[in-house]
Design a protein around this ligand. Structure first.
Ligand code: SAM
Ligand code: SF4
Length: 339
């Protein structure tokens, strides 16, 4: 018997997935691998270069089973992420399995787009409607410096996604002082030309790499004030916008969003939890509270028991992260938890 095999009180489904702080959990981010073909200097630990798929990773049926249990309990949105999800073998097959879960209304993907030129059409066919793509610079040398990779692959991947009819396409740009902050207007213009939504992100102190990068931290309040000198920004809302605060750029089709976990945190509206590839539920990106599900699945628990364990896990969700008060606390890397 595992240490997590309790006698669980039966709870009505209608009262489920509301955490102790009154927030209803609707959204699961699922990391399908902690591996990646890039090495963004704020994310991936150096020297990490293993593409094996170990036994302790959830297989596609196990991943789908956990998501389906969440969906029966009222979750409606799933984002597939990593690491880089497109390095997971046979990934479109997982997308197909998740698309078949009837209660879900939104399935999206975060990717670095290096492999999207080959996979965009398959992914769209499997059920991916919208994607977020990391892109911090349009300068090939700087791209190499930040990620160790080739910019052209990403640009090709983005065009393939557009041709495949994936819409909206959102660009995520981590704005780093002295690295790419001078490229913010260029990135806005690139997104206007291509009809992409653009979101700026503040650097978070996740793992050693994230912490080392905090000397490049720049408050997005500053970025917004600079942009307002060049563009007319009109506050707006976006479907599935998550924690970003959005503005419409006047006289264009484009919205830009600001994700400000450090300068203006958004914990009070947090509606999400994260499932990592080893089958652990993480209740907060910036805290250690977690609940392991893999062993329970492999011991043969029923679907009802799985739902009860998920409800118990949600009861552990902390009120907020401590990135600012306690930046040395978190040892997990973003690539492990799933950004
Ligand atoms: N590989 C995919 C990608 O790059 O989009 C998905 C996973 S990646 C971990 C998800 C997001 O996390 C990316 O937009 C990335 O820029 C962001 N990210 C990673 N480390 C970060 C950090 N220390 N601070 C802020 N954002 C970070
Ligand atoms: Fe890879 Fe994404 Fe992390 Fe960059 S941000 S290293 S692309 S997982």
């Amino acid at each position: 018997m595992s240490q997590y095999e309790y006698t669980l009180p039966l709870m009505p489904k209608s009262a489920t997935l509301i955490d102790p702080h009154g927030r209803q959990i609707k959204y699961i981010r699922v990391s399908v691998t902690d591996r990646c073909d890039l090495r963004c200097n704020y994310c991936m630990p150096k020297g990490f270069n293993d593409f094996q798929e170990p036994e302790d990773w959830l297989n596609f049926d196990e991943t789908t089973r956990i998501i389906a249990a969440f969906a029966r309990l009222g979750a409606t949105q799933v984002r597939l992420t990593g690491g880089e999800p497109l390095v997971r073998q046979h990934f479109p097959q997982l997308v197909k399995q998740i698309t078949a879960i009837p209660e879900l209304t939104d399935l999206s993907l975060s990717t670095n787009a290096t492999r999207l030129a080959k996979q965009a059409a398959d992914l769209k066919q499997a059920g991916i409607e919208r994607i977020n793509v990391s892109l911090d610079t349009l300068n090939p040398d700087k791209f190499k410096q930040i990620t160790q990779g080739k910019l052209q692959k990403v640009l090709d991947g983005l065009q393939a996604a557009r041709l495949a009819g994936i819409q909206p396409i959102k660009i995520n740009m981590v704005v780093m002082k002295g690295v790419n902050d001078n490229e913010v207007p260029d990135m806005v213009n690139y997104c206007i030309e291509n009809n992409f939504t653009l979101r700026f992100i503040e650097t978070m102190p996740m793992g050693d790499t994230g912490r080392e990068a905090t000397n490049q931290y720049l408050s997005l309040q500053v970025v917004r004030q600079q942009l307002e000198k060049q563009f007319e920004l009109i506050p707006t809302q976006m479907k599935g916008g998550g924690p970003a605060r959005y503005y419409h750029i006047a006289n264009t089709n484009v919205n830009i969003g600001f994700i400000t976990p450090i300068s203006q945190h958004f914990c009070e509206t947090c509606n999400r939890v994260r499932l990592t590839v080893d089958g652990t539920l993480h209740l907060c990106l910036g805290q250690e509270h977690s609940y392991p599900l893999r062993e329970l699945l492999r011991e043969g628990i029923s679907d009802t028991e799985l739902e009860q364990h998920i409800i118990k896990a949600i009861a552990l969700k902390p009120e907020n992260h401590e990135f600012s008060d306690n930046p040395t606390k978190l040892v997990r890397f973003m690539s492990q938890t799933g950004g």
